[in-house]
Write a protein that binds this ligand. Structure first.
Ligand code: DC
Length: 227
């Protein structure tokens, strides 16, 4: 398949299914998939392990310097690693989820992550998901998708995901975490979550995964003429 060098940005609220969709599109069209949220989660886990964040989510100023020695990268299967350690499972825990938004609101953390995303994204022909990919990281992305879904649907998805991983969350707690993250993500000063003006909006509250996929494939085929 002859696929041109293009960047697809998939942004949107927490638990709208961005990564599931982006991974599938990546496989189908031969793109590199990059999960920008994983890097914010990796920085959060690092801050927690180094005791550079307190219970209230306040980050110590020492984190800025400490980031200089932090090695986060993706292995060939797309799992996040910290140095030699695969941290994919830890970064998806409620403990990390509950502190990632305040960490992601810190401007120097965003700069650090953006530099990594640009480094990884140099290859072209990538699909990246996050909150500010189409507005701040790659504002020139050739295709931008903004995903939404009702809070109820998103909370249930997140809850099912955690249960499948063996965690025992309370649905209440999951709803609370989603609300807090959405609020912080869309109200922060630096690169807040918002739909880029030229993004196509996908509300998948009442859509099956197959329908979503067909919708995105239609966009890609219409825009780039690739099958
Ligand atoms: O997509 P996710 O739930 O794994 O993202 C975790 C957090 O990282 C999310 O609450 C906000 C932040 N994030 C961000 O600020 N900008 C991005 N491009 C991606 C994620």
């Amino acid at each position: 398949m002859n696929v041109p060098d293009i960047i697809i940005a998939v942004d949107g609220y927490s638990s709208t299914g961005k990564s599931t969709l982006a991974k599938k599109i990546a496989r189908k069209f031969g793109f590199l998939y990059l999960d920008s949220g994983a890097l914010y989660r990796g920085v959060t886990l690092f801050a927690q392990e180094e005791r550079l964040i307190n219970k209230l989510g306040t980050v110590s100023p020492e984190l800025q310097e400490a980031l200089g020695s932090l090695d986060l990268h993706f292995d060939p299967e797309g799992r996040l690693c910290m140095g030699p350690r695969c941290i994919e499972q830890q970064i998806r825990s409620m403990e990390v989820s509950s502190q990632v938004s305040p960490v992601a609101a810190v401007p120097y953390v965003r700069e650090w992550v953006d530099a990594k995303l640009h480094e990884f994204g140099r290859r072209g022909r990538i699909i990246m998901d996050g909150r500010d990919i189409g507005t701040a990281v790659f504002p020139d992305a050739q295709l931008k998708i903004f995903m939404t879904a009702s809070e109820e649907v998103r909370a249930q998805r997140r809850y099912d995901e955690l249960v499948a991983k063996g965690e025992t969350p309370l649905l209440e707690e999951v709803v609370q975490n989603l609300r807090e993250r959405d609020y912080i993500d869309s109200h922060r000063q630096t690169a807040p979550l918002r739909r880029a003006e030229d993004a196509f909006e996908l509300d998948n509250s009442d859509m099956s995964f197959e329908e979503e996929l067909a919708w995105v494939q239609g966009l890609i085929q219409g825009k780039f003429g690739i099958l």
